[in-house]
Design a protein. Structure first.
Length: 185
């Protein structure tokens, strides 16, 4: 019996070291070698300055920028507090927040795309639908003194298709779209 307990404890220790330390370090090392950009969080820099990440949403509130989805993560786009709001459809708090978002995004009486007024499940979604981006074209064009056609073309050129042609939905990364917008000043 004593020999079996010692053997079990040794196997547990060896397995914990291999699977809890060696394997994660090996996979992390391999990913940093092969997929460096992805392993580092897909960070975007301009002129050597860190601007943000392609995979974590950021707040854009100025009228001359495309706006992201609202965030329910902490104080807004806080990766350490990633979560949805867990508010149900009958929640007065949720209804008031969505109503406020609809009023702030209102654009000539047109229906506001749902992703401009509701948070994603993680609260960190960096993308909006092409419809949500196109909905904001007139405001952005007016504020930037550009034609709506030019801004629409910019949006269309930033639409990312479904992954492998069938997974997910077409989407627009808001940070990349706003960076492209800044480059046409």
């Amino acid at each position: 019996m004593k020999k079996q307990i010692i053997t079990a404890c040794l196997y547990t220790a060896i397995t914990a070291v291999l699977l809890g330390i060696v394997y994660p370090l090996a996979i992390t090392g391999i990913s940093r070698l092969i997929f460096r950009d992805k392993a580092d969080g897909q960070m975007l820099t301009r002129n050597g300055e860190l601007i943000g990440s392609r995979i974590i949403g950021q707040p854009f509130t100025g009228p001359g920028y495309f706006h992201s989805r609202p965030s329910a993560a902490g104080t807004g786009y806080d990766a350490g507090a990633s979560s949805g709001s867990n508010l149900g459809p009958s929640s007065k708090t949720l209804i008031d927040r969505v109503d406020g978002s609809v009023k702030s995004e209102s654009n000539g009486g047109r229906a506001v795309p749902v992703d401009l007024v509701t948070a994603s499940a993680s609260g960190l979604d960096p993308d909006i639908s092409p419809a949500a981006a196109l909905y904001q074209v007139s405001r952005v064009a007016r504020e930037r003194h550009l034609t709506e056609e030019r801004v629409s073309v910019l949006v269309q050129s930033n639409v990312q298709p479904r992954q492998f042609g069938l997974l997910g939905e077409p989407r627009v990364n808001v940070l990349q779209l706003n960076l492209a917008l800044d480059s046409i000043r």
